[in-house]
Design a protein around this ligand. Structure first.
Ligand SMILES: Nc1nc2c(c(=O)[nH]1)N[C@H]1C(S)=C(S)[C@@H](COP(=O)(O)O)O[C@H]1N2
Ligand SMILES: [Mo]
Length: 315
């Protein structure tokens, strides 16, 4: 695979720093924003900086160079290097998200509308792909719940459906150049999963705006679920009554379920889920593998969501 350098993006297409960092973080300066992650919780509370909650981890962060060059984003190709090589063609400004379905305030919201009232915070999360690799990534984002509350979900709403942009002119995978999925890429969560405080919409990583290959300008991150639930470059969020279709479940229902909770006890038909290779650990074929943790290590915060659910049947 030929890897090209990303050409300079015209200034007009770059989201202003104040937008992706959030106004308060912006006033503190970019360095201040990424330093938030290093502030101990007590001090953070005293200074009004967001504290690290159940997401706190002292595991080393994956190198930014790895997290931005080893990606899954089939709109830009099916090899791990394809998104970094091809995603520079995506125009991420202006950007808007249609929010519809069972909500009191449906509408098409610009990214600026969505971000104006929120304070972005840094969340350092493990991301575990069903293929057996994992990373530790410092995201900039805000709880999805904040956005959902603003649009006023109606009582019949039980699930949230998400859609990625369809723009074949800018997304070579949508022109059938690679192993293809059906478009748009779609995902879904149960409403209580979507409202969980660990579920975020991310606009940045490593204290900078999201690179296109990581899902600019707005992507979902659900740290206790396999990576493929974390849908990128979102243009539509719908509140719905019944369980929505998801891209991978539609493609291969025996391999990918709706829930897709990280679970070392339930193997994928082609890949064991018991252990994982942390990107950056090195070692190739002989890399040391780490045990995969139930719910990716977030069980204390999320296990109650699945009380009484058979996780073998609902994988
Ligand atoms: N629109 C879209 N979102 C997507 C994908 C994709 O192909 N298209 N791949 C998923 C998969 S399989 C993974 S593991 C994560 C990878 O996120 P990262 O590249 O930021 O690590 O994105 C997910 N979101
Ligand atoms: Mo994945």
């Amino acid at each position: 695979m030929l890897i090209r350098n990303t050409p300079d993006i015209p200034r007009s297409e770059i989201t202003p720093k104040s937008v992706y960092l959030g106004r308060r973080a912006f006033l503190m300066g970019a360095a201040g924003a990424s330093a938030l992650a290093l502030v101990p919780a007590a001090l953070a509370a005293a200074t009004g900086a967001p504290s690290q909650g159940p997401d706190a981890t002292d595991e080393p962060q994956t190198r930014k160079a790895d997290a931005t060059s080893y990606n899954n984003f089939y709109e830009f190709g099916s090899d791990k290097e394809d998104p970094a090589a091809n995603a520079h063609t995506l125009t991420t400004a202006p950007w808007s998200v249609k929010i519809d379905g069972l909500v009191g305030k449906p509408g098409t919201y610009t990214l600026e509308d969505i971000l104006k009232p929120v304070t972005l915070e840094e969340r350092i999360y493990r991301l575990r792909c069903v293929e057996g690799w994992s990373m530790v990534i410092p995201w900039m984002g805000f709880p999805l719940a904040e956005l959902l509350k603003r649009v006023e979900p109606q009582s019949e709403a039980k699930f949230v459906a998400f859609e990625t942009l369809v723009r074949p002119e800018e997304m070579p995978g949508q022109r059938g150049l690679f192993q293809s999925l059906s478009w748009p890429y779609v995902e879904g969560l149960r409403l209580d999963e979507a409202m969980h405080p660990l579920t975020i919409l991310a606009t940045g990583m490593y204290g900078e705006p999201l690179p296109n290959q990581n899902g600019a300008p707005l992507r979902l991150v659900v740290p206790w679920k396999y990576g493929f639930k974390s849908i990128k470059s979102i243009v539509r969020i719908s509140l719905v009554k019944s369980q929505p279709a998801t891209t991978w479940q539609t493609l291969a229902p025996r391999e990918y379920g709706f829930y897709s909770n990280v679970n070392p006890e339930v193997d994928h038909p082609r890949w064991s889920q018991a252990t994982e290779r942390r990107i950056g650990d090195g070692g190739g074929l002989f890399a040391k593998r780490r045990p995969t943790l139930m719910f990716n290590g977030y069980a204390d915060a999320v296990a109650h969501l699945y009380a009484g659910l058979d996780l073998r049947a609902n994988y």
